[in-house]
Design a protein around this ligand. Structure first.
Ligand SMILES: *Cc1c(COP(=O)(O)O)cnc(C)c1O
Length: 347
């Protein structure tokens, strides 16, 4: 076996959903965000797992992403689409029974003309300036829209991973000003917002990263484990170098393991000479540049020759690896390569 072994603990995903669900009142619905193929972990499998855990509402970024979920769990759940009703999506929205979160007056007009009577939701912009109707745009269509009974009115927080950020309260206040007193279900919070407390929960929450074991949900279960096979081990004398560009030089007599994975598998070059792999609880530093398919690891401190080394494990979470790589856990997950042998642990 010369590819990495990626183990995805679906039981952990189910537990994380249940824990996040338990942080809100009984009357609050906890949905699940499974965009980008379930943050790279397989949207169909994740959705099926969460359906069994009790989730009945899923969010995707694009209408196309809903097909895998319908295939896995059928018509029994709501699937909402953040990008709304795009040109060319009408048939898919109709056939797959999707609920577009309409983002603009244009999308609203397109939806009402092409699929009159078909469910929809509304996304409002409360300051992030990414998706959703501006306050003035909303004001102009609000009464007409509310009379049509949208399934949900939602917005998204820009800084919810930082509980002390004043932007959170600012967006909350604007969301309330735009929606208080209307007879609609409301949703403001992703993972970060759930942790900000009940003021932010409204009727529906939309956790993504917390389900998959990432910050800011620090109590999350570990979900991904990535173990890389050692292809070769060699002794390197003081003064010898390792890898492209001679960027690592042995200071003492060293042992170097070459493992089978590289930047083509989502293990980015910025972790060259910075990151570490793990032999159970023992860290072994990356030696030299990360290549496309290979990484050199300094195993001088080990008293044995390992067959594999872990790069994601309880010793090094997606957030730890993200920190080393100069990114966030979300990007580590969605970059996980297609070459790994994937194994799913379910119920
Ligand atoms: C991605 C996304 C979510 C989920 O966010 P997490 O931080 O992963 O929990 C929720 N709502 C919207 C609009 C999103 O784009």
């Amino acid at each position: 076996m010369s590819t990495g072994n990626l183990t995805i603990n679906l039981k952990g995903v189910a537990t994380n959903w249940a824990t996040l669900n338990g942080l809100t009142a009984e009357t609050v619905e906890t949905s699940a965000v499974v965009k980008a193929d379930g943050y790279g972990l397989d949207a169909g499998r994740v959705a099926r797992t969460l359906y069994h855990a009790g989730a009945r509402h899923f969010f995707v970024a694009a209408a196309e992403e809903a097909a895998a979920i319908r295939r896995e769990i059928g018509d029994n759940v709501n699937i909402s689409v953040f990008s709304g009703h795009m040109r060319g999506d009408t048939e898919m929205i109709n056939d797959l029974h999707l609920i577009p979160m309409l983002n603009s007056f244009n999308q609203l007009a397109r939806h009402l003309e092409s699929l009159p009577g078909h469910p929809f939701g509304i996304q409002l912009d409360t300051g992030m300036n990414r998706l959703g109707m501006e306050p003035s745009e909303w004001e102009a269509v609000r009464d007409t829209v509310v009379a049509l009974k949208p399934s949900l009115v939602m917005s998204h927080l820009a800084c919810a991973d930082d509980a002390t950020h004043p932007m959170n309260r600012q967006q909350l206040n604007l969301f309330r000003a735009m929606t208080d007193g209307l007879d609609v279900k409301r949703s403001l919070s992703a993972t970060g917002g759930i942790l900000l407390g009940p003021d932010y929960h409204f009727d529906v929450t939309r956790p993504g990263i917390g389900l998959y074991g990432g910050a800011p949900f620090t109590d999350a279960n570990h979900v991904v484990h990535l173990s890389l096979p050692v292809i070769q081990i060699r002794d390197v004398a003081p003064g010898e170098t390792v890898g492209y560009g001679n960027s690592w030089t042995a200071q003492v007599q060293s042992r170097i393991a070459t493992v089978a994975a590289g930047y083509a598998d989502g293990l980015v070059r910025t972790m060259s000479n910075k990151g570490q792999l793990w032999d159970a609880q023992t860290p072994c530093p990356i030696a030299g540049r990360v290549s496309m398919d290979l990484i050199g690891v300094n195993i001088t401190n080990l008293d044995h020759d390992p067959q594999t080394l872990d790069i994601l494990s309880p010793s090094q979470t997606i957030d730890d690896l993200a920190e080393i790589s100069g990114t966030i856990g979300y990007e580590i997950l969605t970059s996980l390569g297609t070459r790994y042998a994937r194994r799913y642990i379910s119920q």
